[in-house]
Design a protein around this ligand. Structure first.
Ligand code: NDP
Ligand code: PMR
Length: 387
């Protein structure tokens, strides 16, 4: 195991104006000072440990760290779909800090290995592990393999996705579910539920479970109103098995539309994050978060779109909507959600403004519908064999 012997001092909190806040000092001690410990020996951070005297429990920070237990290792983060685009940029950004070991959970082992190498990631900063989200057996196998590695799990990032805007007919996962929802939502739903146990066991100061959302799944935005609009209806297609035989291949029971299936899957991702938060945040202290990283118009997500779209989409986003963001910048944003102490709040859908400052964004009515989130959870549990 690539564990690094360096001290992470325990994070403590100060009460300020009646609110529990992580202090800048402590933020630096946990997440920044660590770097100096790593490169220059541990003395620099030991001083900080001694300086800390009082602790106030806060969600997102676990008991081991609050009791002053030193964490003698890097954080371990699993990133699904780290072989390209946002996942790769995030893996690189985290690996470069020297504070994280990245498990690149990818369906194409060789592609991921080559991507990590050409991104210049140091060999000891990552491990590629096979995960095909289009197969629930593969998800279970991944969890088994991960546990065999005996690494702790500190953060899980559900990032992988497919987008099939030009598909005229549905394709299906190994378990017979429409592919976009099967991969983007159901595969991640099973993975996140299984790995929750591992996150609970982690002694890392801040444990997080992050699921990618998007603006196009939110109908309270202009982008979310570009047809076909996302909408889950009463979930009758999903409840019927999403298999295109005895039920529709679409969650709402309608005719197949590849672009809508992707946007629907993103609503599922955002609803799932909030349901995780409601069910488990208080009990576990784990931070659950979602985000819209900006429009990363150059990634492989658009590989199945028509060539004219792929040509015009980046300049359209860069110069007209001004929503464009580079892969590198989006990677820095997601890396913040993974490790920045100021983004520790749970249940939040993060976005970034023009100056690349993060803020808590509003979800659409449907993407924040608690009754729908519960129903989605219950139906999904059955489809992935958890209930
Ligand atoms: P990419 O296509 O570049 O990356 C998607 C990743 O998912 C790839 O690594 C891909 O693997 C992997 N993947 C696809 N299918 C599976 C599967 N069955 N099992 C395991 N991994 C799989 O897209 P982005 O980087 O743009 O997308 C990343 C995330 O960001 C997605 O969740 C997307 O919804 C979200 N997002 C993207 C936006 C954008 O503008 N691009 C905007 C908002 C959100 P492989 O390399 O083998 O194909
Ligand atoms: Mg959109 C106004 C701002 C804005 C933003 C931030 C996006 C993001 N888009 C915007 C506007 C528009 N788009 C407008 C006005 C149009 C009509 C010309 C438009 C069109 C459009 C298409 C055809 N946009 C798209 C597509 C896609 O195929 C992409 C998509 O929906 O993928 C699911 C897409 C996107 N626009 C975005 C973002 C972030 C996407 C891509 C991916 C995603 O949501 O994950």
């Amino acid at each position: 195991m690539a564990l690094q012997a360096c001290y992470l001092p325990s994070p403590l909190l100060a009460r300020k104006e009646g609110k529990v806040k992580e202090t800048a000092f402590l933020g630096a001690s946990v997440f920044e000072h660590h770097k100096s410990g790593l490169h220059r020996g541990v003395n620099a951070s030991v001083g900080v440990v001694k300086a800390q005297t009082t602790a106030v429990a806060a969600p997102g920070l676990n008991q081991a760290s609050l009791q002053g237990k030193k964490v003698l290792r890097k954080g371990v983060v699993v990133v699904t779909g780290a072989s390209s685009g946002l996942g790769l940029a995030t893996a690189k950004a985290l690996a470069e800090t020297g504070k994280w070991h990245v498990i690149m959970a990818c369906r194409d082992f060789l592609k991921a290995e080559k991507a990590a190498q050409s991104a210049g990631m140091a060999k000891e900063s990552y491990t590629v592990m096979h995960l095909d989200l289009a197969s629930l057996d593969s998800v279970r196998q991944f969890v088994h393999n991960f546990r065999q590695s005996e690494r702790p799990l500190d953060v899980l990032v559900c990032n992988a996705a497919i987008y099939r805007p030009t598909a005229r007919t549905p394709t299906y996962t190994a378990d017979g579910y429409e592919m976009s929802v099967g991969v983007n939502h159901l595969g991640h739903f099973l993975l996140a539920n299984l790995l929750l146990e591992d996150l609970k066991k982690s002694d890392y100061p801040s444990r997080r479970l992050i699921i990618l959302g998007s603006i196009t799944g939110n109908t309270n935005t202009l982008a979310g109103n570009v047809p076909p609009k996302a909408g889950l209806g009463d979930l009758r297609g999903l409840a019927g098995g999403l298999n295109g035989r005895n039920s529709s291949a679409m969650i709402d029971g309608g005719d197949f539309d590849g672009a809508k299936a992707y946007k629907d899957s993103k609503i599922c991702n955002m609803l799932t994050m909030q349901e995780f938060h409601r069910r488990f945040h208080e009990e576990t202290g784990i931070t659950f978060a979602s985000l819209y990283p900006g429009c990363i118009a150059t990634t492989g997500l658009f590989r199945e779109h028509i060539p004219l779209f792929r040509l015009l989409f980046p300049p359209f986003q860069r110069f007209i909507t001004k929503g464009f963001v580079s892969e590198e910048e989006s990677g820095r944003r997601l890396a913040q959600v993974v490790s920045d102490p100021s983004l520790v709040k749970s249940g939040v859908y993060w976005s970034w403004n023009k100056d690349s400052a993060s803020f808590e964004n509003q979800l659409s009515q449907e993407a924040s519908d608690t009754a729908k989130a519960r129903k989605l959870w219950e139906v999904s549990e059955k489809l992935v064999g958890l209930a």
